[in-house]
Design a protein around this ligand. Structure first.
Ligand SMILES: [Zn+2]
Length: 302
């Protein structure tokens, strides 16, 4: 291969790496989080400002801010928060100190009231970037949206921030660009074995994703993992539905959790459940724990 062709190839490979910000449509960028940074971001350029999806941890927020300095002279005016988890919200103060307004749906703000500052105080012990904020509690969203929709428009471009109810968390928000057919899903749809189920409603979550699938979609910007196509939503839905279906079937057959998940000490270590190949993107070492969580949630709901 000629040196120029090789360097172009390496440049394009490097561009798609985690920890880089990539333009995926005119004036729309996706940043896949680098190691330890937090979550992925979508950035949307409006006429006078930028809107960013998710605050990430401070480390991720600062990394994106540094990238944005090179990409656009416009200020970040809004940071749309997809859910309350720390890897998506704890960098909020970095953004508001830079002049942005953090925006979330009311159920997210309620989760902050219910769970914080407990979770933050746990996390701050393990993250220097959180300690460096010098806060006792994470900053709650500055603007709280009641109802299911918050729209930003400048006449040319439209951003629809949508809430469909309790799925991955009570306050899930999806950021949809109807013209560009792009959606940022937070962790309601990821593109990696990264599902966290503890704050979810596992029966409702796949139903919500079935609604999201009906949108016109070309690109899916997940909360974790690489940028994907529309089929990420269906795959995520199928993974969750399979967990629920397997646990429902086992309970109906009179089995116990131990028939499905081998637990050593307190830890779920393996499972007898075989997941279909079609959902392998979402299957990882946490599968036994995810089946245990599914079992516990469904059993508690009766
Ligand atoms: Zn996350």
């Amino acid at each position: 291969m000629k040196p120029l062709a090789l360097s172009l190839l390496l440049a394009s490979v490097a561009f798609a790496q985690p920890g880089t910000t990539k333009e995926i449509a005119p004036g729309v960028w996706f940043r896949q989080a680098g190691p330890n940074e937090g979550c992925n971001h979508l950035v949307v350029e409006m006429k006078d400002y930028l809107a960013v999806v998710d605050a990430s941890y401070p480390q991720g927020a600062n990394a994106l801010l540094a990238d944005l300095k090179k990409l656009s002279p416009k200020p970040v005016r809004y940071v749309l928060l997809t859910h309350h988890h720390g890897d998506h919200t704890y960098g909020g103060a970095v953004w508001t100190r830079a002049g942005a307004t953090t925006v979330a749906f009311a159920p997210l703000a309620n989760e902050y009231k219910r769970l914080e500052p407990g979770r933050f105080q746990g996390a701050v012990k393990n993250r220097q970037d959180l300690a460096a904020l010098r806060l006792e509690a994470p900053e709650p969203p500055k603007q709280v949206v009641s109802g299911g929709k918050f729209v930003l428009t400048d006449g040319r471009r439209k951003i629809e921030f949508r809430h469909y109810g309790w799925g991955h968390t009570r306050g899930d928000g999806y950021v949809y660009l109807p013209k560009e057919k792009i959606i940022a899903t937070g962790d309601a749809a990821v593109n990696a074995p990264a599902n966290f189920l503890s704050d979810s409603d596992l029966r409702n979550w796949p139903r919500i994703l079935a609604k999201v699938e009906k949108l016109k979609l070309e690109q899916v910007a997940p909360g974790h993992g690489p940028l994907g196509k529309a089929n990420v939503i269906a795959g995520q839905r199928e993974f969750l539905s399979t967990l629920v279906r397997e646990v429902d079937a086992a309970r109906k057959a009179g089995k116990t959790l131990n028939d499905l998940v081998k637990i050593e000490g307190e830890r779920p270590v393996s499972t007898t459940v075989r997941m279909p190949d079609s959902v392998k993107t979402w299957v990882g070492p946490r599968l036994p724990a995810q089946l245990q969580e599914t079992w516990q949630q469904l059993a508690a709901a009766k």
